[in-house]
Design a protein around this ligand. Structure first.
Ligand code: SAH
Length: 382
């Protein structure tokens, strides 16, 4: 494990432990659900069937209380009510952007806060989910990086965000099959690959065909370039990969994305070439934030073409979203378009991402909650 990972307390069951009452079942794998039911007195021979019923109520129907689980039997429902819960994170603030983007500030069971963003498109939308409270990577241009890290999210807290968004948008299964949330992007707060186990547990439940059943093609995981975990992600999760590249020389990238000092550009690009599920129909997205006079020269664009040549790649050019006190400015429109046309001429798709939700500070890199770092010693006692 990297040193960065070691700075994050492995508080994997914080949600379950500190929940309002009892054990939160959201995010538990089937085996753990079965053990829980057995502790509640369900006979062993019934456990598998009961887990199946619970699973469908929770993840297919999206019910928010055990009382709605009509086929479980009154007695089991009562025991579940006494010993367990299926609570989602709590909403502290909802902000609606003029462009339809919604940002929620969410409070977790231990009082920490994270943000989640829904970005609607014409007839569907993307949900941007957080993987950590804060972030250890300290990318120079990212607002989230200015928060002191608190902790990894549990699988239940990651999955709970998605379930809560479905609740809020009234997006659980309906007869016409239309979905408001059609894609998930792991592009909220945190570095998902530094919290691989919990992210993967949550995504596996989201992809499980008996429940939410979102396809791996509808999920994109974004990383700042944690090379050792990229291979595992491609092999095990096989979701779409996005890489926050942002610079074409190690000198500039070391400054913008300090993780580069550990895994420099050549190593990162090689890991992309090796990414198991990348091919022409499932390209790797390279995110490139446009920073005036920092990474936006025409030489930079040409070097980007050289670096990515032969890779099934798409480049998302992201106009820098300002935040108070940010040490950078966004490149001019002209510059961004010239940069894009060099990439296009070389055969790469390079859309310029339209900033969404800027008025509510929900755009890329603007997410920041007010959570403070709580010393591990104090958290253990609480
Ligand atoms: N840690 C992961 C997940 C975060 S994704 C990663 O780095 O990929 C958030 C994306 O928004 C990243 O590409 C990030 O580099 C980008 N970003 C951060 N701050 C930004 C800002 N102020 N303006 C535009 N994009 C930003």
């Amino acid at each position: 494990m990297s040193t960065l990972a070691e700075t994050i307390p492995a508080d994997t069951d914080a949600n379950a432990k500190s929940g309002g009452h009892g054990l939160n079942l959201i995010g538990l794998p089937r085996a753990a659900l079965s053990e829980t039911l057995s502790r509640l007195g369900v006979p062993t021979r019934q456990c598998k069937m009961r887990v199946g019923q619970l699973w469908r109520w929770m993840y297919n129907r999206g019910v928010t209380s055990f009382d709605e689980m009509s086929d479980l039997g009154k007695e089991l429902r009562q025991r579940l009510n006494e010993g367990c819960n299926i609570e989602r994170p709590a909403i502290t603030t909802t902000l609606n952007s003029t462009d339809g983007t919604i940002k929620w500030l969410l409070r977790l069971a231990d009082g920490n806060e994270v943000e989640m963003v829904y970005i609607p498109d014409l007839d569907h939308g993307a949900l941007c989910i957080s993987s950590q409270v804060g972030c250890t990577l300290n990318c120079d241009f990212c607002h989230t990086g200015t928060m002191p890290l608190v902790r990894n999210l549990t699988a239940g807290e990651i999955l709970g965000q998605f379930m809560l968004a479905r609740d809020c948008l009234d997006d659980w299964p309906n007869p016409d099959g239309h979905r408001k949330i059609s894609t998930i992007v792991m592009m909220g707060m945190g570095e998902p690959l530094l919290n691989y186990d919990n992210v993967s547990q949550a995504l596996n439940i989201i992809m499980d065909s008996d429940g939410i059943a979102l396809s791996r093609r509808s999920i994109t995981l974004s990383t700042a370039g944690l090379v050792p975990a990229m291979e595992r992600c491609g092999r095990e999760l096989r979701v779409n990969l996005a890489v926050s590249l942002h610079a074409v020389t190690d000198k500039v990238r070391d400054q913008l994305v300090p993780l580069n000092r550990k895994h420099p550009i050549a190593e990162l690009i090689q890991a992309c070439r090796d990414y198991p599920s990348a091919n022409n129909s499932r390209r790797i997205t390279f995110e490139y934030v446009m920073l005036q006079e920092v990474n936006d020269s025409l030489e930079d664009a040409n070097e980007l073409v050289r670096l990515l040549r032969g890779l099934p790649a798409k480049i998302n050019l992201i106009p820098f979203n300002p935040w108070p006190g940010a040490p950078y400015q966004c490149s001019s429109n002209n510059r961004i378009h010239r940069f894009a046309s060099i990439l296009n001429d070389a055969g790469f798709s390079a859309p310029i991402r339209a900033p969404r939700g800027r008025d509510i500070m929900a755009a890329c890199g603007q997410l920041k909650s007010a959570s403070e770092k709580i010393p591990a010693s104090r958290r253990k006692n609480s």
